[in-house]
Design a protein around this ligand. Structure first.
Ligand code: 8YV
Length: 331
C-alpha cells in the first residue's frame, strides 16, 4: 500500500522531517516561497497531511481542492490562517504550536521594548553612518524601562511569560484581557487587571500579545494611540492587523507616542512605507519565535501532531496540540 503524502510548505530541519519518512511520502518545499491560491490548491490536491506556516491560508476554498486532506499542522501558535470551522466541517484535524515558544517570544518582546525605548536601532544606524564624532551629554535620551509601568494587552501564556520578567526590572505590570486571570496567577506576576482605557492611559510601555480575530482588527488605532502617554512605547509581537499601521506612522511622526517596535505588520512581508521612513521605530521581520531551540521545538511539535494523527509515535491517536479534537472522536 502506498504511504500517505505529507506536504511541507517550507524547508526546515531535515532530521526532524526524517521522522515522518517511515510512514509518509514527504513532499517538502526546498525553498521559502509564497503560494498563490492556485499553487496552494495544486500542492494540497494529493496531500493527506500538510505542515504549513501562517502565510498559507487554509479555508473552505482550499479544502475543496484537497479531497484527501486529513490533518493540517500549523507552524505557529497563532492560527488565524486556518479556518477551523471549515476544517472541522470537512473532518480535517488541525494543530498549532503553543507553549514551546512562550519564553522565546517573551525574551524578544522585552528586547524590542528595550531597543525602542532606549533607541538602540536608531543609535546604531547613526554610528554606522559615520556620524559619531563626539558625544553630547544630552544626546540619545530615551525612556527608562526599569521602575516603569508595563501594560500587556492579551494576557495568555506569552503575556504571562512577559509579565514574569518584569520583577527583575522592578516594573509594575498592568494588563487587560478578555477574561481576568485567577487571583493566584495575578499575585504570582504582581499583575493588576485594568480596563482597556486605563491600560492605554497608564502604560509607559504597552506590549500587544493578543490573537488576531475580527474583533481585534485595529485594536490599536488612532483613538487608542491618542489615549497613550506621549512618552510611551508600543510593542507588537502578536499579529499585523491588530495595529492600524498607517495611524501608528502618523502617531510616531507627530509625537502622539514616543516610539514603537513591531515584529508583525499588516500585509507582511510588505511594510507600510510611512513606517519605513521613521527613525523612532524598530522594524523586525516576524522573528520573535526564531531562536534555534524554539524553532526546532515548533517543528518537532508539528511533526508529532502529524504522526499522532495518523496513529504513529508516542501520542498515537492523540495529536498533542490538536485544535479541533472532536474531529478525531468522530473519525
Ligand atoms: C510564526 C508566530 O509562526 O507562533 C506564531 O503565531 O507568529 C510565529 O512563531 C513563525 O514565524 C513561523 O512562521
Amino acid at each position: 500500500m502506498s504511504k500517505p503524502i505529507v506536504w511541507i510548505s517550507r524547508p526546515f530541519f531535515p532530521d526532524i522531517v526524517d521522522r515522518l519518512r517511515p510512514w509518509f511520502e514527504v513532499r517538502a518545499e526546498t525553498e521559502e516561497r509564497s503560494f498563490s491560491p492556485a499553487d496552494l490548491a495544486g500542492r494540497l490536491a494529493g496531500a493527506d497531511a500538510a505542515i504549513v506556516g501562517l502565510a498559507e491560508r487554509i479555508d473552505a476554498t482550499t479544502i475543496a481542492s484537497a479531497p484527501r486532506l486529513r490533518f493540517v499542522a500549523n507552524l505557529g501558535v497563532g492560527y488565524n490562517n486556518l479556518d477551523i470551522g471549515a476544517l472541522t466541517e470537512a473532518g480535517i484535524g488541525a494543530s498549532n504550536t503553543p507553549d514551546v515558544l512562550n519564553e522565546t517570544v517573551a525574551d524578544y518582546a522585552w528586547a524590542l521594548m528595550l531597543a525602542a525605548a532606549r533607541r538602540i536601532g536608531e543609535a546604531e544606524r547613526w554610528l554606522r553612518d559615520g556620524q559619531w564624532h563626539g558625544s553630547r551629554f544630552e544626546g540619545w535620551l530615551g525612556a527608562d524601562v526599569h521602575g516603569t509601568t508595563i501594560g500587556i494587552l492579551g494576557m495568555g501564556r506569552i503575556g504571562q511569560a512577559i509579565a514574569r520578567r518584569a520583577s527583575g526590572f522592578r516594573a509594575k505590570v498592568i494588563y487587560h484581557n478578555r477574561s481576568r486571570l485567577a487571583p493566584e496567577i495575578e499575585r504570582e506576576y504582581a499583575a493588576t487587571y485594568v480596563d482597556k482605557a486605563s491600560l492605554l492611559a497608564a502604560s509607559d510601555h504597552l506590549i500587544l500579545v493578543l490573537p488576531y480575530t475580527p474583533q481585534n482588527h485595529h485594536a490599536i488605532g488612532e483613538p487608542e494611540l491618542k489615549a497613550m502617554k506621549p512618552t510611551a512605547t508600543l510593542v507588537n509581537v502578536a499579529r499585523g492587523g491588530i495595529v492600524d499601521d498607517a495611524a501608528l506612522a502618523r502617531a510616531l511622526a507627530d509625537g502622539t507616542i514616543a516610539a514603537a517596535a513591531l515584529d508583525v505588520f499588516e500585509g507582511e512581508p510588505k511594510v507600510h512605507p510611512d513606517l519605513m521612513k521613521l527613525q523612532n521605530i524598530v522594524l523586525s521581520p516576524h522573528i520573535a519565535s526564531a531562536s534555534r531551540d524554539t524553532r526546532r521545538d515548533m517543528a518537532a511539535l508539528a511533526v508529532d501532531n502529524v504522526l499522532a494523527a495518523f496513529g504513529h509515535g508516542p501520542d498515537a491517536g492523540r495529536p498533542p496540540t490538536i485544535l479541533n479534537p472532536g474531529v478525531l472522536a468522530d473519525a
